[in-house]
Design a protein around this ligand. Structure first.
Ligand code: GTP
Ligand code: MG
Length: 584
């Protein structure tokens, strides 16, 4: 078991640590203090055996509740509305305490807490969307120190904001956080087991995180058969994403937490949380070292790549006469301003498309409602005398809505895919323009993903857990109705049945509409957030080097040649470090 007192041994880790230390000094030499700090942090995590195990997933899947269950008490705020807004690190300590670090230069706040309730109410102020909306307090990260045994193993557990809610900044916070994750607990829930947006998010997690555990939460909603079905479905969906069928731990975090709080060991096992706890223990004992090394090495390689492209940019800037540099910066910045304007237009176009698609969804749902009432009324009216109304609906409702769901989901998926395909082309074009402007102005080629790679659509049909409502309440005949002539009484009865059918249909269509609506919203949200990130990354990398070149250029144009030869040296050193990392 690795912890702060038991540093990792072995040539692998030592070689990586040495490369990181070299890398940090090259980065400092290049004036890239932030990147150098990242290299130092990686080295210190590697030496201390501190794996970052983040709990990731869509909003409201029960991530915070799951961590509370593992801690054994309700420390992290959880709620029915999107909540966690700031990544929250859980680290071991003999007593309960939180440390809040701010993104500006305020010094960290440290608050001691006597018990879980006090800890939770402190956390509430800093990490929840409700009390700290849009992270107005500018909190960078919160660390909770806690005596729970699960934290003593060397894995730092991290609660993250859920992706895909209407709070786009929460999606962004988690996407930005991914580079710091070494391993992940990917949480989905039984209702439904996985959405298209989650599958897309998983794709991003897979790119960055070498070890992923899959948790199917909230299985208390399901009976045993439904649970097996949900696990099998999820396994199939994940197999398509991953290429192999992963292990899935099905559990109820809520039941686990209740069991832990009341010291109910059997309840803990029955909740499925015991299995997760054992899987984490095995992970720490058997895999932690390797996962940490692989994760740190990959992150170090990325740092090398970033540094190499900075060197290329600096070389081009360093060789440029000051006047020319200024003129070219003006050109580049006006291209960026234009890209930002275009981005706003793209945002409005995307919002307009989404609105049109949602209006179409409403129209389709209304049509489905009418068809369902019609089809079910016909089935009910034409039923044989031996069959009760309930039996007909038991059979017909699922049959009708399975079909309706399939065709509505497929239709909306196609519409979303077509609409996003157009926006993909526009996004590619926008990024290409910024890159083109950089190439024209400074002669550098920036690496950038194509939008179509980033925005890959999943075309499998949605799976939506659909306990179709078939329970029917037909009010009994009134005393007056009972004495009416048979034909009249029959008409009255049919009217009562029809009202009841309409109620069943409305409930089912609403479920269906809501599920599809979620998926459409998710798809657009994820698209929009990634477009912003792609552009920001491209622009930032240049802006950083430009600002630096402009300030140093004013002083030292005549030393350009010297600067260029020192860049040669940095380039050579980076190449050696990258090679050592690949070999380690
Ligand atoms: N039935 C049931 N409900 C659960 C379970 N786990 C969590 N919930 C409920 O689901 C809701 C969301 O739980 P959270 O833990 O806040 O979810 P989250 O994923 O952290 O949400 P965000 O922070 O917004 O991303 C809360 O109302 C929880 O009580 C579970 O196992 N079963
Ligand atoms: Mg949460």
């Amino acid at each position: 078991m690795a912890n702060e007192d038991a540093p990792l041994a072995g040539p692998d880790a030592r070689a990586i640590a040495a490369s990181l230390s070299d890398l940090a000094s090259v980065l400092r030499g290049l004036g890239l203090a932030c990147l150098a700090q990242r290299a130092d942090e990686l080295a210190s995590r590697l030496c201390a055996g501190r794996v970052h195990l983040a709990v990731l997933g869509q909003f409201k899947r029960g991530k915070s509740t799951l961590l509370n269950a593992l801690l054994g008490e309700a420390v992290l705020p959880s709620s029915v509305v999107p909540l966690t807004a700031v990544p929250t690190f859980l680290k071991p300590a003999p007593s309960r305490r939180i440390e809040v670090a701010f993104a500006d230069d305020r010094s960290p706040e440290i608050i001691d807490a006597a018990d879980a309730a006090e800890l939770r109410s402190c956390l509430d102020q800093f990490v929840t969307e409700e009390r700290n909306p849009r992270n107005a307090l500018n909190v960078e990260r919160v660390t909770v120190y806690h005596p729970a045994p699960v934290l003593a193993s060397g894995a730092v557990l991290i609660d993250t904001p859920g992706i895909g809610s209407t709070f786009r900044h929460n999606t962004e916070a988690t996407l930005n956080f991914l580079p710091q994750c070494d391993a992940a607990l990917f949480v989905v829930s039984a209702d439904p087991p996985i959405t298209e947006a989650e599958a897309a998010f998983l794709g991003q997690v897979m790119e960055r995180v070498p070890r992923i555990f899959f948790v199917l939460n909230k299985v208390d909603y399901l009976d045993e058969r439904e649970r097996d079905e949900a696990v099998a479905f999820l396994r199939g969906a994940l197999e398509r994403e991953l290429g192999t069928a992963p292990e899935i731990i099905a559990l109820s975090a809520r039941r686990g937490l209740t069991a832990r709080e009341s010291g109910d060991a059997r309840g803990w096992e029955a909740s499925g949380c015991g299995e997760l706890e054992r899987a984490l223990e095995r992970f720490v004992a058997e895999e932690l070292d390797t996962v940490l090394r692989v994760a740190v090495r990959d992150k170090a390689r990325r740092l090398c790549e970033e540094a190499a492209s900075h060197v290329a940019l600096k070389r081009s800037l360093a060789l440029m006469p000051l006047e020319e540099l200024r003129a070219r910066s003006v050109l580049f910045r006006s291209a960026v301003e234009e890209a930002v304007r275009q981005r706003e237009i793209a945002h409005d176009l995307i919002a307009g498309d989404k609105k049109r698609l949602l209006a179409r969804l409403e129209a389709e749902a209304a049509a489905t409602r009418a068809q369902a009432v019609d089809a079910l009324s016909r089935a009910v009216d034409g039923r044989p005398a031996s069959e009760t109304l309930e039996e007909v609906l038991d059979r017909e409702v699922p049959a009708f809505f399975e079909r309706a769901l399939g065709s509505l989901a497929a239709l909306m998926e196609d519409l979303v895919a077509n609409s996003l395909a157009e926006h993909e082309a526009r996004a590619d074009d926008l990024v290409a323009r910024v890159r083109g402007a950089a190439a024209d102005a400074f002669g550098v080629e920036l690496a950038a993903p194509r939008a179509s790679e980033v925005f890959e659509m999943r075309r499998e049909p949605y799976w939506i857990q659909h306990p179709w409502q078939v329970a029917l309440h037909v009010p009994p005949a009134s005393p007056a109705e009972r004495v009416l002539p048979a034909a009249w009484a029959d008409r009255k009865r049919r009217a009562r049945e029809r009202t009841a059918i309409e109620r069943v249909v409305t409930g089912n269509v609403e479920n269906l509409r809501w599920a599809v609506l979620q998926n459409v919203n998710d798809a657009f949200l994820v698209f929009d957030a990634r477009l912003d990130r792609m552009l920001a990354e491209v622009v930032e990398s240049i802006e950083h080097a430009l600002a630096e070149a402009e300030s140093s250029a004013a002083l030292a144009r005549d030393t350009a040649e010297a600067a260029s030869s020192s860049l040669d040296r940095f380039e050579r050193e980076l190449a050696v470090i990258a090679e050592t990392l690949s070999a380690s």
